[in-house]
Design a binder for this molecule. Sequence first.
Ligand SMILES: [Ca+2]
Ligand SMILES: [Ca+2]
Ligand SMILES: [Ca+2]
Length: 305
Amino acid sequence: MRHLPKRAVILVSGLGVLWFLAALSTSVIPAAPRATGISNLRVTNVRAVSFTVSWMTEVPAAGQVNWGPTGALGNVAVDVRDPGYTGRTHYVVVTGPLPETTYFFDVVSDSVVDDNGGQHYSVTTAAVDGRPRTPDLAYGQAFGDDGEPAIGTALFLALRDADGAGNPGQSAWMSSLIDEYGYWHLSLSDSRLADLSGLFDYTPTGGDTLCLVAEDPDGNRVHRVFDIAHRYPTDDLQLIPGPLPCDADLICDGIVDGSDLAAVTDAWRQPVDKLAVLSPDLNGDGVVNVVDVQRATASFGQTCQ
Ligand SMILES: [Ca+2]
Ligand SMILES: [Ca+2]
Ligand SMILES: [Ca+2]
């Protein structure tokens, strides 16, 4: 028997995978429960001399971050709301680091220490970029599924190039803690390149986009993309029970398309970045596999604007 060329075998098996995904795409497989008590750990607003750590817990707790330039840590930072604040959301701004320096940190919820399996979490601070920029505020309001202000939820924002001018791609993630009236606000003029080497240049008058993502401790979510011209204020955001079809908009341009599907397949069986605001691990089970590709496929064509 004549053997098929290797490429043909790969093509045929690739088509088989696509058929399999299409067959799966009508079912929804629920997320596996989290093994630990903390979730949604994020490091945002990384600047030259500060960074923000946010996370959520299954039950109310007091949160703090132990941090330092070595594994000995040695410094403590507490929640921005109050040193004694207890809740299910935790939002700690670490101040005092030096520019372009790697720091290690652990996340503490009451007496439970998450030290990333003994190796600590780490973050490298941004380079100093002293270029003067006109202050540029983005703000809006976010509400829960019950219509009440989404108090205490962290709102994540990234700028994305959509007009081909300034820096390409997406900025580093910023975050804002939603206040008692549902307001969030962020200084876009402080936005940084994803690699933190300098400020992110964008077009403030319109054309570039804002990617906004938030999740509350009950799993209600929002994921929207706006033109930057509509930033003061943006449309009201409403957090609704997740997961959302737009969760698959990993290349956060407002539509789930081939580039998002490629971002999921590229991450196939690679180590999952637990700190990513938008993760290819769409069902949060700690691995990127056929279930995540199936979810992205099922969301194909979904718009998030
Ligand atoms: Ca641009
Ligand atoms: Ca996209
Ligand atoms: Ca997964």
